[in-house]
Every structure is written in structure tokens, then in C-alpha cells.
Write a protein that binds this ligand. Sequence first.
Ligand code: 9WO
Length: 265
Amino acid sequence: MVIDLITIFPAMVEAALAEGVIGRARTRGVVDIRARDLREFTSDRHRTVDDVPYGGGPGMVMKPEPLFAAVEAIAAERGPASAVVLMTPQGRPFTHAAVEGLSRLERIVVICGRYEGVDERVADVLVTDEISIGDYVLSGGELPALVVVDAVARLVPGVVGDDASVAADSFADGWLDYPHYTRPAVFRGRAVPDVLVSGHHGEIERWRRAEQVRRTYERRPDLLDRAVTTADDRKLLAELRQRNAAAGVSDRKTDGQEPGDERDD
Ligand code: 9WO
């Protein structure tokens, strides 16, 4: 897979791509991911990438010429892009399905916006996918682009040491993850669950799956519709629902509470 990220902060992007699983996969040549400095595609002495907005208003807008020149130069060098992605809060939500879709493509170009955004002709003509990682505005598209690249590259065979572990990752089958523990067996008076030190692999597997079901039910009931359930899963869910009903607790949906909403009054 080939990914090019167009940005005015290539050092920031390169630093993030140099480390960890993605960094090692790049070094091994399993993926070819590069940060492209947008200023390399300008044609004026000042290497201008932005200008004032037509119609007035605050801030600056990213000029179309450098972005068109960058996408076209990358296409000439690498071959036409399978997708040109613009990172923006008004894009489609970035879900596991989107990760899977992008991971099957050969060449992806990602445009990282800054200032007040990019000239609309870039979105109209060049961009094939507008993607949002959440309903908030950041100072630039670089961090969302790195989220996309990390999630997509992990699905490329050979990037993560154990491809099976990637397939079992949360959201691949719709379940949240089970708890993880390592030494010491007791830390500040809190012991590792006995089953994990029992050596009974079947019991451990059943405990882990039960924890996935419990956690998903308690924290993200919205995922249950899509989760791949077994008869045992459904039995456990029924028990969890009965236990909640007996305790007078309705099945939790997202109750709209946000961190920091706690009030003393
Ligand atoms: C800013 C904005 C504000 C309110 C509603 C929509 C908006 N879109 C943008 C926008 O695209 N801004 C540009 C890219 C320039 C400023 C920094 N940029 C950005 C991208 N901020 N936040 C994102 C982003 C991208 C993907 N997922 C979440 C946020």
C-alpha cells in the first residue's frame, strides 16, 4: 500500500510515522507512507499556500493551485490515486467499515487542511472521500490523518506481527476488548483474576469472551446490533439484561452525559 499525506507540517507527520508498528513496517517496506510538504508544490518566491477568503471573514483559506499541483505530481510519480481523502469535521464518520474499505486500496492521498480550510474547488474536483474522526474541530487535519493511516495500515498484511490478532481486534467483530493484565499478580492490593493464572485455556477464553460481552453491553450497547454473537453470547446478554431489570436499571443507552458534566447541585 502507498499513502501520501499532503501537509504544511511534514516534520510533525514524519515524526509520528517513524515510530512503532507503522515505523517498522515502513522500514521493512511493507507499506510506503510519505509526508509531502505542500510548499514544495508552490511556484512563488514566498512558497504561498494560503490567501484571504473571498467574501471576507476571519482567517485564511488554503489555495487550490498548490494542492492541485501536489495531487497531480504524486499521481505522475506514483500512479493515479485510488482515493483522495480530505480530513474534515463535516466528513463521513470514520468507522471500522471505512478502515476496511480504505485498507483494500492500492494508493491513497490524504490532504491535511489548516487555516480555515481548503478552497472548495479542491473538494469539488480532487477529493473522493471526506472523512471525520469525530464531531470536534482541531487545529489541523494532520492528527486525524495519522489516525486514519494508523488504523488502515494495521490491516495491511504483514504490518502487525500477528495478522490474527488484528482480525480479533475490537470492532473487527463488533465487540469491545477484554481486560488485560501482566505482572505483578497483586498490585496495590488488587489481584489479577484467578482464571487468568489458572492455566485453564478454555476457561480463560470463555472468561475473556464474557468480559467482551459484558463491557460492550455496559459501555456501548449501540454496538450490540452489529456484533457477531454466539448462543453463549446471547445467553449472557439475557442474564445481564435480567440482572439490570431486577436492579431497576434500564438498558444503558448513551445518556448524553459528557465528561465534566458532573455538577455538585
Ligand atoms: C472547520 C470546521 C468548523 C466547523 C464545522 C466544520 C468545519 N470544518 C473545518 C475544517 O475543515 N477545518 C480545516 C481542517 C482547517 C482547520 C483545521 N482542520 C480541521 C480538520 N480541524 N478539525 C479537523 C477534523 C478532521 C477530521 N475529523 C475531525 C476534525
